[in-house]
Design a protein around this ligand. Structure first.
Ligand code: NAP
Length: 248
């Protein structure tokens, strides 16, 4: 467990799956967590309850991370209402799988907007208060697919690979103000995103994982909480893989 007492965190897509585990992990350390979600209000409320039960404070906030103005407003209002922003986790992400030959322009645009461009909007807004505070931790969620590629996921992989270049560059821009930027790269994790995969695809993927099982959202959240905490004070521009050995 890491100490987040007195810290304010914004977690995009913090209501379900990996994001929920991150919100609860931060709450366990005593953080005030802004739990962002897009549409599923009841999941967000349930997550807020879990954060509070774990010892933190939680506020659900609906906005589409693809909307630049909404991202800026979320950061600015968080700082105004809670006195600062110490941790930003851009976890919200979507995968619309299709072979390149059949990829629709709108599906490409949507994945770029939600997964990649949102990081620009959120981090740009968060950088100002974090630099002023002389401290902050940004953690972006990439994917094993962004590192090794995957047929049917050219767009998703491109957004996740883009996040790596973006975050490493940002780490260099913000380091002198003690603001760190890192990534966590999950492998095959048991969430709604992976639950609907056809049985043969699931079996093939399991065969490629040396640890022989899917990861849990909590196992990813542990790495995120480490990077969000002072325990990683000398770590920036880094990618922590949580993939059961799928890519070493
Ligand atoms: P998930 O279970 O599908 O949950 C997605 C979360 O993102 C939900 O809270 C959802 O809110 C929110 N969201 C989606 N679109 C949004 C938008 N436009 N604006 C704001 N919030 C939005 O996903 P997950 O599996 O936990 O994945 C979390 C992250 O890890 C993603 O970035 C994903 O790419 C990455 N990742 C996952 C895996 C895996 O195996 N699961 C592997 C590698 C990387 P609503 O419920 O309100 O829609």
């Amino acid at each position: 467990m890491f100490d987040f007492k007195g810290k304010v965190a914004l977690v995009t897509g913090g209501s379900r799956g990996i994001g929920r585990a991150i919100s609860v992990g931060l709450g366990r350390g005593g953080a005030t967590v802004i739990v962002n979600f897009a549409g599923n209000e009841s999941a967000a409320q349930e997550t807020c309850q879990l954060v509070e039960q774990a010892g933190g404070k939680a506020i659900a906030r609906r906005f589409d991370v693809a909307d630049p103005a909404a991202c800026t407003a979320a950061v600015e209002e968080t700082v105004k209402e809670h006195g600062g922003l110490h941790v930003l986790v851009h976890n919200a992400g979507i995968a619309i799988d299709q072979l390149l030959m059949r990829l629709k322009d709108e599906d490409l645009e949507r994945q770029l907007d939600v997964n990649l461009k949102a990081a620009f909007y959120l981090c740009r807004a968060a950088a100002r208060p974090m630099m002023k505070q002389r401290g902050g931790a940004i953690v972006n969620l990439t994917s094993v697919v962004g590192e090794m590629g995957n047929g049917g996921q050219t767009a998703y992989a491109a957004t996740k690979a883009g996040l790596i270049g973006f975050t490493k560059s940002l780490a260099k821009e913000l380091a002198s103000r003690n603001v760190r930027a890192n990534l966590v790269s999950p492998g095959f994790i048991d969430t709604d995103m992976t639950r609907d995969l056809p049985e043969d695809v699931r079996k093939a993927m399991l065969g490629a994982i040396p640890l022989g099982r899917l990861g849990s959202a909590e196992e990813v959240a542990s790495a995120v909480c480490f990077l969000a905490s002072d325990a990683s004070a000398y770590v920036t521009g880094e990618v922590i893989r949580v993939n059961g050995g799928m890519l070493m």
